[in-house]
Design a protein around this ligand. Structure first.
Ligand SMILES: Nc1ncnc2c1ncn2[C@@H]1O[C@H](COP(=O)(O)OS(=O)(=O)O)[C@@H](OP(=O)(O)O)[C@H]1O
Ligand SMILES: [Mg+2]
Ligand SMILES: [Mg+2]
Ligand SMILES: [Mg+2]
Length: 378
């Protein structure tokens, strides 16, 4: 079977195109623009920047050109840009989105095509770009085709100069079929240092060695390429047997409000893991275990577990890990349901690990939650 005949070949290639353009936009926002006046605080108190809005405008415009009937579940909407406070951000978003869609900022090697380019450049009025952002307002659901987009996952990481990811997934009947993730700050070679948001340490990082893109299609494996070279290399998780579990290392969120560091530490202890956890913003955590930098991603809810995880925070990362040899479930070991709406409301928490040890990790999760008196989450 040639690549173009493979299932979802067209969705795969357009998703890569969209993620590359959006990643170029976010990188240039970070290099040139980012300051306090380039971001807003949303009603849930979380930050959103010129980069988030711009990347969503770019991805949604490209999807609208190629798949005009496909709904999109995207994190952002344009309402904050229509206020007086949002005016200058709106102007920057439109300028950057036009630039990215025209390919003026940087070209996308291997993705040329005059006709395609021309279509994507059409109608880039402010109104059209805001409408493109709002194409992301779909409610989700279990029937038919849809896309899930997180234009910048890990906005806090993006603002501190640490890890973030542009995450796009294609979902059919509630099952993720294609996942593409751009990680502009992740080193191409795992041996090279990665920015973590610590200004002094990050000054030593060689930026020319950063910038990865991950691509997975269900049943077709997981691959890494770079932002500037389309050569794809297959990636897979480190193999890990039950008897070697104590040598594993695990990833968790930087923010203790997003995942319970204390519970994660107890789970690691129960599994005999001595390695210190690796804290990293965004779905780069999924990418990092998928290529074997680490082994386990734990995202245990804080408090009563009332927070509902968003589908765009997990869709592309889940497929990447599954196609690299891993299993991704909620804390009970149940599959994540991407067909329940904009959130994973049927699930609590996320546990990702190699197939061969996932069951043991789930057992430790149960034990740790029981000890904490949070057995009602199980
Ligand atoms: N309370 C709570 N619990 C769990 N998750 C939450 C919560 N609040 C927000 N979010 C979502 O966390 C997304 C970022 O997750 P990370 O793992 O990158 O967090 S961290 O930056 O490493 O701390 C972040 O995604 P972005 O907004 O795209 O950055 C949010 O969707
Ligand atoms: Mg997110
Ligand atoms: Mg986001
Ligand atoms: Mg956000």
């Amino acid at each position: 079977m040639t690549k173009s005949e493979a299932p979802y070949a067209r969705e795969r290639s357009i998703a890569i195109r969209a993620v590359l353009r959006a990643s170029q936009l976010t990188s240039s926002v970070f290099d040139k623009l980012i300051s306090a006046s380039d971001s807003l605080t949303k009603s849930d108190k979380s930050p959103v920047t010129v980069g988030d809005f711009g990347a969503q405008a770019v991805v949604n415009s490209i999807l609208a050109t190629h798949f005009p009937d496909d709904p999109i579940v995207g994190e952002e909407d344009s309402s904050d840009l229509k206020t007086e406070e949002g005016k200058s951000i709106k102007e920057q978003v439109c300028r950057l989105a036009r630039e990215a869609l025209k390919g003026a900022a940087t070209n996308c090697p291997g993705l040329s095509g005059q006709g395609v380019q021309k279509q994507e450049e059409e109608d880039l009025t402010e109104e059209k770009l805001l409408a493109a952002i709002d194409r992301g307002n779909h409610e989700g659901g279990a029937i038919g085709r849809m896309w899930a987009l997180d234009p910048i996952d890990g906005t806090k990481g993006f603002l501190r100069g640490g890890q973030y990811a542009v995450c796009l997934a294609f979902i059919v009947d509630g099952v993720v079929q294609v996942g593409v993730m751009g990680c502009p700050n992740l080193p191409i070679s795992p041996a090279d240092p990665k920015p973590s948001g610590d200004k002094e340490r990050d000054a030593q990082v060689d930026k020319s060695k950063l910038g990865t893109v991950y691509v997975a299609v269900r049943g077709q494996g997981a691959f890494q390429r770079t932002l500037h070279d389309e050569t794809e290399t297959r990636i897979s998780m480190r193999s890990l047997s039950a008897s070697k579990l104590s040598q594993a290392s695990f990833c968790e969120s930087v923010e203790s409000g997003h995942s319970s560091h204390g519970t994660n530490a107890r789970i690691a202890e129960l599994l005999g893991i001595k390695n210190k956890s690796v804290r990293m913003d965004s779905q780069a955590k999924y990418a990092s275990i998928a290529r074997g930098d680490g082994d386990i991603y734990l995202r245990l809810p804080v408090g009563d577990g009332s927070y509902q995880e968003k589908i765009w925070d997990h869709a592309s990362g889940l497929l990447l890990v599954e196609e690299a040899g891993g299993k991704v479930t909620d804390l009970r070991g149940q599959a994540l349901n991407f067909g329940a709406g904009r959130t994973l409301r049927d699930n609590k928490g996320v546990v990702a690990a190699h197939w061969d040890v996932h069951g043991q990790v789930i057992e430790a999760v149960s034990k740790a939650l029981m000890e904490e008196g949070r057995g009602s989450l199980l």
